[in-house]
Design a protein. Structure first.
Length: 309
C-alpha cells in the first residue's frame, strides 16, 4: 500500500513511524523550514528529520491549493494520505487524489475539541477524559466521520507536555490498527460525528499565558498545567514577573484582594485568587531557569519575613 504522509511537529513522528512500519511511504509532506533559535536560522521540522533518517523523499510546498502542488501529489499515485498535525489546509481536490482518501489522527474525542490545540484546551477546561481519533477527512475542520478511537483519563497533575507525549503514542497505535485493517482488505466503518457537543480548540496565544488572579484558583492551576511547556503561564508576584511551571489550587477561604501574597515558605508561595488560593511550587525568574519556590525565596528573604509577621 502506497502512503503519502503529511505532518510537521513532534506529535506526528510516532505516527510516521507507524505508517512506515509495514507500508511503503512514498513521500512525506511537511511545512517549509522556519526560522528558529536565537540565531533565527532555518530549522527543519521533526517530521522532516525523521523522513530524512528513513530515506523518504520530502516535499515542502507553501500551499496545497496550487495546481502544481496537486499535480505533484497526483504523480505519486497514493493509495492513502495520512495527515497528522500538518498545519496546512487540504482542499477537496487534494482529498480526492488518494484511492482511499485522507486519514487524520486527531488528539481528542471528536466532536469534542476540534481545531488547533485540543490537548491544552482539554486540560484547561477540566475534562476528565480525552483520547485520539482516526478520522476520514472531509472539507470541514475536523468534521469528518470517525473510523477508530481510543480514550484515556487525564491525570490530576498531568501537564500539556505529558499528555501530548501520551496521545502521540496512542495516535500512532490507532493509526497502526486502521492500517492493519486496510491491509487485510477491511475498511473501518465511518461513524458520522454528532453536532451536539462540538467544541473548538483555539490556537494557543502567548497573551493567554498571563494569569488573572480574579479567576478561581482551580482554573488557574489547570491553566498552568495546560500551558506547560508552552507558552508557560506567567504572573506578577510580589512586584516581580514570574513564569509559573508548577502550581496547585488550595480550597482555602480568605478576605484578601486577588493577587495578594498570603504566605511564602518551603511548601510554596500562596497567592489569593478570586476563589481559593494558588500555591506556586515551581517558578522562573526573567532570564533564569525553573526553580522551586524555596529557591526563589532564598533570593527574596523580605517575603519570608513579611509572611512570618
Amino acid at each position: 500500500m502506497k502512503i503519502v504522509f503529511a505532518g510537521t511537529p513532534d506529535f506526528a513522528v510516532p505516527s510516521l513511524r507507524a505508517a512506515a512500519r509495514h507500508h511503503e511511504v512514498v513521500a512525506v509532506y511537511t511545512q517549509p523550514d522556519r526560522p528558529a533559535g536565537r540565531g533565527r536560522g532555518l530549522s527543519a521540522s521533526p517530521v522532516k528529520l525523521e523522513a530524512i533518517a528513513r530515506g523518504i523523499p520530502v516535499l515542502q510546498p507553501e500551499s496545497l491549493r496550487r495546481r502544481s502542488a496537486q499535480a505533484a501529489l497526483r504523480e505519486l499515485a497514493p493509495d492513502l494520505m495520512v495527515v497528522v498535525a500538518y498545519g496546512l489546509i487540504l482542499p477537496q481536490a487534494v482529498l480526492d487524489i488518494p484511492v482511499a482518501g485522507c486519514w487524520n489522527v486527531h488528539a481528542s474525542l471528536l466532536p469534542r475539541w476540534r481545531g488547533a490545540a485540543p490537548i491544552q484546551r482539554a486540560i484547561q477546561a477540566g475534562d476528565a477524559l480525552t483520547g485520539v481519533c482516526l478520522m476520514q477527512m472531509d472539507a470541514g475542520l475536523d468534521t469528518g466521520p470517525v473510523l477508530l478511537d481510543q480514550s484515556t483519563p487525564i491525570g490530576a497533575d498531568e501537564t500539556g507536555g505529558q499528555l501530548h507525549d501520551r496521545l502521540a503514542e496512542m495516535g500512532a497505535q490507532v493509526l497502526a490498527d486502521g492500517l492493519g485493517l486496510l491491509r487485510a482488505g477491511i475498511r473501518p466503518v465511518p461513524r458520522p460525528q454528532p453536532e451536539e457537543g462540538a467544541t473548538y480548540a483555539h490556537k494557543l496565544d502567548k497573551a493567554e499565558a498571563r494569569l488573572d488572579w480574579t479567576a478561581a484558583a482551580s482554573v488557574l492551576a489547570r491553566t498552568v498545567r495546560a500551558f506547560d511547556p508552552w507558552p508557560v503561564a506567567e504572573a506578577m508576584v510580589a512586584g516581580e514577573r514570574l513564569r509559573i511551571h508548577g502550581a496547585v489550587a488550595l480550597d482555602a477561604d480568605h478576605a484578601a484582594a486577588p493577587g495578594t501574597l498570603l504566605a511564602a515558605g518551603r511548601e510554596g508561595i500562596d497567592v489569593a485568587c478570586g476563589q481559593g488560593v494558588l500555591r506556586l511550587r515551581v517558578v522562573q525568574r526573567d532570564g533564569g531557569r525553573a526553580i522551586t519556590a524555596a529557591d526563589w525565596l532564598n533570593a527574596r528573604r523580605d517575603l519570608v519575613r513579611t509572611a512570618d509577621r
